[in-house]
Design a protein around this ligand. Sequence first.
Ligand SMILES: *[C@@H]1O[C@H](CO)[C@@H](O)[C@H](O)[C@H]1NC(C)=O
Ligand SMILES: *[C@@H]1O[C@H](CO)[C@@H](O)[C@H](O)[C@H]1NC(C)=O
Ligand SMILES: *[C@@H]1O[C@H](CO)[C@@H](O)[C@H](O)[C@H]1NC(C)=O
Ligand SMILES: *[C@@H]1O[C@H](CO)[C@@H](O)[C@H](O)[C@H]1NC(C)=O
Length: 135
Amino acid sequence: MFYFYALTFCCLLWLLFHCSVNCSDINIWRECNETYPVPDATLISFRNNGSIPDENNITARCFTDCYGKKTNMLTSDGSFNWTTLEHILSNFKMKHTAMDVLGKCRKDPSDDECMQSYLSLKCVAETILSLINAR
Ligand SMILES: *[C@@H]1O[C@H](CO)[C@@H](O)[C@H](O)[C@H]1NC(C)=O
Ligand SMILES: *[C@@H]1O[C@H](CO)[C@@H](O)[C@H](O)[C@H]1NC(C)=O
Ligand SMILES: *[C@@H]1O[C@H](CO)[C@@H](O)[C@H](O)[C@H]1NC(C)=O
Ligand SMILES: *[C@@H]1O[C@H](CO)[C@@H](O)[C@H](O)[C@H]1NC(C)=O
């Protein structure tokens, strides 16, 4: 299971880490794209840095919601799953707890659950990228 999380989040930040992983083989991307079909540019951008170019598009937002829930980064109600985030951070050898680093990423519940999930995941990706770049 641990490897699974590392792998999927690795794919989110794929180009940065140059992982030797063929992300298109990963079922989560395919399953979510089947339910919420998005252009390749959206997938690539989200994978790179957690942002999507078409964040006003509800299908694109819900793709990220689907991704976050299927990877267990988010719970079914859209909150963070701290167990999973702790696993992810330990993979990147962070010195702090996930709550210390990512606590600021918690969003207030909103009517647009997919937007909330998107902003939460984008914040996670941005935070981890900035920590890595600061090294
Ligand atoms: C996502 O779905 C769209 C529409 O079915 C398809 O054109 C596209 O190739 C799919 N992308 C991936 C990466 O599977
Ligand atoms: C994220 O990656 C996409 C695709 O490479 C790029 O177009 C976009 O500018 C990046 N966004 C940020 C905030 O870095
Ligand atoms: C959202 O994006 C999809 C894929 O590009 C497109 O088919 C759909 O029409 C867009 N929806 C809206 C409401 O713009
Ligand atoms: C949180 O993620 C773990 C795996 O990291 C999973 O076993 C657990 O069921 C998840 N909890 C919730 C509330 O989704």
